[in-house]
Design a protein around this ligand. Structure first.
Ligand code: PLP
Length: 357
């Protein structure tokens, strides 16, 4: 991060970071479609491209660390696990089903042992971490934190967990996808690695897949770079360009969507068909009285709000999560909603008529 970016607001940094520096350069990095580079011996998978570098500089400036981009969020997660190479991962029992599936497969292959925890119970989490440390040693343990969690929006005590892990030399990884760099910057709390599915809020328009991993520890950065080279899960040029274009408006989108979500959550809590509702930023989860059938009815009765599994775009989307085998443990009536930037009254009137159905 440059010195100017340290003192500037995230709203400014999102607009200015990663800009080409020379006279006559375009204002934003261009889409470099290249595998091969003349004379230098550079090759895109091993050396990166200026399009990726611009995105990585900008996300790095917002998070306060060095960033690497990957093909998807899952590619970033895979590279992080490959790079840190733990024998035990302490993992939230409620968290993104894809990461749980990856670690479950790794465990089945004998590569890792997974210890599931309730991530909001800091004492119990650290007890599990300490037990693992006593069994295999601190350098073999990774504490994987996802907060807020997908799909129940549980909030971990992020600073306490990162600092407690650090104090006993255990590496912590924070999946910060739901918060985006606007909601939290875990590297400030000495998290070892932060990851994002840039597919979500950073891209922001439901039109790309990309992943990001950040750290401010040079040895970990080297290992992550090596993981990207040898695993080869690099981002596409267009995707990196679009992700940076999306990032430029992340603060505005995140603020507008959060304002909408706060108000919708307030109205849902007062609604007679709703058992529970919570939002953290633009992500909102609510439980409809009447279980799976009632919740499915709400989803299909909405006309503007789209049933869709991804999130973090300008549009409001929702889905009932327990329908997925990987989220079978979630309340059957829970609908996870990613609130967009449409007019609040249009979102509410669509949701209200769907609830009335
Ligand atoms: C919290 C979280 N982490 C990681 C991922 C994976 O990201 P991607 O789909 O970009 O691979 C997702 C996707 O939904 C997610 O919600």
């Amino acid at each position: 991060m440059t010195d100017e970016n340290v003192s500037r607001s995230p709203r400014t940094v999102a607009v200015t970071a990663g800009r080409p520096q020379n006279d006559n350069d375009p204002l934003n990095a261009s889409i470099v479609m290249a595998s091969n580079f003349q004379e230098s011996g550079d090759y895109a998978r091993t050396h990166g491209t200026s399009t990726w570098a611009a995105l990585e500089t900008a996300v790095g400036a917002l998070e306060g660390g060095q960033c690497l981009s990957f093909a998807t969020g899952m590619a970033a997660a895979s590279a992080i696990l490959f790079a840190l190479h733990p024998s035990v991962v302490v993992l939230p029992s409620v968290s993104y089903l894809g990461v749980r599936a990856l670690l479950g497969d790794m465990q089945d292959h004998g590569h890792v042992r997974v210890v599931s925890v309730d991530i909001v119970d800091t004492k119990a989490v650290m007890h599990s971490v300490e037990t693992a440390v006593s069994e295999v040693g601190a350098d073999q343990v990774v504490l994987w934190i996802e907060t807020p969690t997908n799909p129940t929006l549980d909030e971990a005590e992020l600073e306490k967990l990162c600092r407690a892990a650090n104090a006993i030399n255990v590496r912590s990884v924070v999946d910060s996808t739901f918060a985006s760099p606007m909601g939290q910057q875990p590297l400030k709390f000495d998290a070892s690695v932060v990851m994002h599915s840039g597919t979500k809020f950073i891209g922001g328009h439901s039109d790309l897949m990309i992943g990001l991993a950040l750290t401010n520890q040079p040895e970990i950065f080297e290992k992550l770079s090596r993981a990207r080279v040898v695993q080869g899960a690099t981002p596409g040029a267009l995707e990196a360009f679009l992700a940076l274009r999306g990032l430029r408006t992340l603060p505005l989108r995140y603020e507008a969507a959060t304002k909408n979500a706060d108000e919708i959550c307030r109205r849902l809590k007062a609604h007679t068909s709703i058992e529970w509702a919570k939002n953290v930023g633009p992500m909102l989860s609510y439980i409809v009285k009447g279980g799976a059938e009632a919740a499915d009815k709400v989803c299909v009765s909405a006309s503007m709000i789209i049933i869709a599994t991804s999130l973090g775009g300008v549009e409001t989307t929702m889905e009932r999560r327990q329908k997925y085998a990987g989220d079978a443990h979630v309340n059957p009536g829970l609908i996870r909603m990613s609130v967009g930037i449409e007019d609040i009254e249009d979102i509410w009137s669509d949701l209200e008529q769907a609830l009335a159905s």
